[in-house]
Each structure stands twice: as C-alpha cells, then as structure tokens.
Design a protein around this ligand. Structure first.
Ligand code: EPZ
Length: 400
C-alpha cells in the first residue's frame, strides 16, 4: 500500500521547522506531494527524491510568500502557516478558497493561530500573517478540523511556554504529525485525542520518518472489491485505522480477514444495503471514502441513504454516476441511492480526487467501456490507479 497522502503532506510542511535535513521514507509518489515539494523549494528548502525516500534540507528559508497557483491548486498548503510562523515569523498566501467538494474556509486556522500571538491582515486578497516569538496559550477549536489542529500543533511546538488545545481532530494523520514532531525534538502529548498539550521548544533537530500506509487508498480498493466482486489482498493496509470501514463493508457482505501484513477481502456475492450511513470525524466513516461507497451502494440489494457530515458539496460525483445508470438523488447533504443499478460504461468526467476514483470503480463494475477524463485529479492522491487495478485483473488502460 502506498504511503499516506494526508500524513505525508503535513509532515513535509513540518520539515520547514527543522534547520537541517529531514528524511521521509515510504513517501507516496503523487501530484500533491510534488506540489508541496515545489512550495518547500519556493521558500528556500532543498528537496531531493530517490524512489520513495524524500529528503528536505530546510537549513535556509529565504522567502515567506507562497505562490498563488500552488495555494489555489492544493488547499492543504494552508498547513504551511504554522511551520513558517514558527520558523520565520511570517507568511503571505492567497486564501485557499473553496473547491468542488465544498467551502474550504480557514477561519479556525486563523482564530487558533491568533491565540498564539499571530497577527493576520488582508491586502488585495493576499493573507499576511506575522508574529514575534509565538506564545503558548489555550486554544479551543469549535470543530475538530484536521488542518487547523495540525497548524496550531506545529506553531505551538516552537512557541514559548505551554499550549493546551481542546476540541482537536483525532485522525491518524494527527498522530503521525505528532510522532514526527516528537521524533524531531518536540514535546507533544495527546496526539490522537481531543486534547493535545504542547510544550514549546527552541528548535527541532534532524530526523528520519516513515510515512504510514494510506488508509483511504486501502479503503478505496476494499470498497471497490465489494462493489465489483472478486478477492484481493491489500498489502500493509492499516486495518487499525480502518475500523469503521471494515465494520460497514462486512455488514454489506464483504468477507474480511485481517492479517499482520494486510487485509484479505472477498466479495460475498450479494451486496447488502446498510440502510443509512453517515460520514463523520474520526473514528466515524471517513468522508474521503464517501464517493467510493456510493458505487458499492449502487450495487446493493435495496435502497440506501448516505449523509455527508463534513463537506457541503461532496456529492458532485452523483451526476456522473447517474450518467452510467446509477439512480442517486441528492438533497443538500443527503443522498438516496437505489440499489441493483445496472451500470453501463460511458464517458464521464472526474471533477475532484475521490469522486474521480469512484468513477474508475464504477467503470470496473459497468458493462462496456468507460472513459474517465481528468485523470490528473485522481493522480493527486493515488500513485497509479491504472497500475493498481490492472494488477488486480481489471482491463484498464490510461496514460499519465
Ligand atoms: C483534511 O482536510 C484532508 N486533507 C481531507 O482529505 C479530509 O477530507 C478532511 O481532512 C476531513 O477528514 C488533508 O489531510 C490534506 P478539515 P482539511 O479542516 O484539513 C470546515 C482528500 O480527499 N472548516 O477537517 O481541509 C471545512 O470546511 C482530502 O484526501 C471550517 O469551517 O479538513 C470542512 O467542512 C479532501 N473552517 C470541515 O471543517 C476551518 O478553518 C472539515 O475540514 C477549517 C475547516
């Protein structure tokens, strides 16, 4: 299983906090990592890659302005704010803005960082942030935002004094970031719980960190196997981070065996409808697997409903799936999915990462050929979905 995109990106951002070399192993070879590396180089870091190993030398940070094209292309670049403020006390960036899956405000990031002494101001659409030495404080997040939690943890790691953060996100990617930072000399407790305490240190030191397997890529192929049929071994899939996914897919008819080195999944022949499903913050069913799940629900024996609790626009893919013969109707943040859909291949268009992956899964299930345009969206988070699915016996082709 490839390394986790959502663990690698914040750890790469955090490497700017280290006045030296950070080595990441098992780093996924995906477009978002390439974009983050370009941002690191833009501010003065030296980045080199050998296969899955990335080294970042952030000895010299020379610029604090992030280029518009990168920030608008990858909203998670906002997590560079904490590291840059901790390291060089300022950053300038355009607002990341909304995207197909929903609004992507950064109000929680801003409020949290202001508690540590950061001053923000806006000039002609550019967001500027400045601070002296960051000061520890108490921070309460109104919603367990993954990015906001990461930003305030990183800023607090180099602040003066203690920071207590309440209402934190508890995703595995928060644990990964805290583990990386502690391995580089930070003093963070409570990563993965709702309450994190950070004792600021003067500086961090060089370290090597192994990026964990990607639970969303593993979940995509697990759900795909349930939907399309067959038997697959997901090597190194992080089963311990996928409990809600394993529980739901088992209830839908998947036959699973969790082994020390991965997960065996076999489709049971019938896909049962779970009736109602909703996404939520970890450890609930992850919003990033909502689109792939839609495909499996199309194949279920009866009608299901799926409620999206995290993003306000994450059903865009339903329109494309309906072109293939699905019967999904969406009302605000709830979708109702008719079962037993006879999916027929046709030309569909990916509009974002996880919806694009779902269209490929639908193509695997459909009768006849399917063309999915805008493969670059999928390549943002999947190293090579064509390679992976061809390896599972799927008749699939496509150029990068
Ligand atoms: C991270 O995005 C992930 N991205 C997303 O994965 C994932 O879907 C999301 O967490 C939720 O798990 C990365 O880790 C790079 P949030 P993030 O802040 O941090 C609202 C993928 O497909 N919000 O937890 O941006 C926000 O609008 C991507 O790999 C505010 O209102 O997510 C959303 O509705 C997609 N104000 C909700 O909180 C803020 O200041 C959750 O967002 C911040 C967030």
């Amino acid at each position: 299983m490839q390394g986790s995109k959502n663990a690698a990106l914040p750890v790469l951002a955090a490497s700017l906090m280290v006045p030296g070399v950070t080595t990441l192993t098992n780093c996924p070879d995906i477009l978002d990592v390439a974009c983050m590396c370009s941002l690191l180089e833009h501010v003065g870091a030296k980045v080199s890659r050998r296969k899955k190993t990335l080294t970042v030398d952030a000895s010299g940070i020379v610029c604090h302005k992030l280029p518009r094209e990168y920030v608008t292309r990858m909203r998670s670049s906002v997590v560079l704010a904490g590291p840059m403020l901790g390291r060089c006390r300022e950053i300038a960036m355009t607002y990341p803005g909304g995207c197909v899956i929903g609004d992507r405000p950064i109000d929680m990031h801003i409020r949290a960082l202001e508690r540590l002494g950061v001053t923000f101001f806006d000039e002609q659409g550019i967001l500027y942030a400045r601070c002296g030495r960051l000061r520890g404080n108490t921070v309460v997040l109104p919603f367990p935002s993954v990015g906001a939690t990461q930003n305030v943890v990183m800023a607090a790691a180099l602040a003066e004094g203690i920071t207590k953060i309440e209402g934190c996100a508890a995703e595995p990617e928060i644990v990964a970031l805290c583990d990386f930072l502690n391995g580089a000399g930070a003093r963070i407790q409570g990563g993965g719980s709702r309450r994190i305490t950070v004792e600021g240190v003067k500086s961090l030191h060089e370290s090597t960190y192994r990026v964990e397997a990607d639970r969303i890529v593993a979940g995509t192929y697990l759900i795909g196997t349930l939907a399309a049929g067959g038997e697959v071994f997901l090597e190194n899939a992080p089963a311990g981070q996928m409990e809600s996914v394993l529980e739901l897919t088992e209830s839908m008819g998947a036959i699973l065996r969790v082994c020390p080195d991965g997960i065996w999944v076999r489709a049971g022949g019938t896909v049962f409808s779970p009736k109602t499903v909703e996404t939520g913050v970890y450890p609930a069913f992850p919003t990033d697997l909502q689109s792939p799940l839609l495909v499996a629900l199309c194949r279920a024996q009866s009608q299901s409903s799926l409620t999206e609790r995290i993003f306000n626009g994450r059903f865009a893919v339903a329109e494309e799936l309906n072109k293939m013969g699905a019967c999904i109707w969406v009302e605000q943040n709830r979708a109702v999915i008719q079962g037993k859909a006879a999916l027929a291949g046709c030309h569909v268009t990916a509009k974002e990462l996880r919806g694009g992956a779902a269209l490929v899964l639908a193509g695997v299930c459909a009768k006849g050929g399917t063309v999915v345009s805008n493969r670059h969206f999928i390549d943002r988070g999947y190293e090579d979905i064509v390679r992976d699915l061809r390896g599972l016996g799927v008749d699939i082709d496509g150029e990068k």
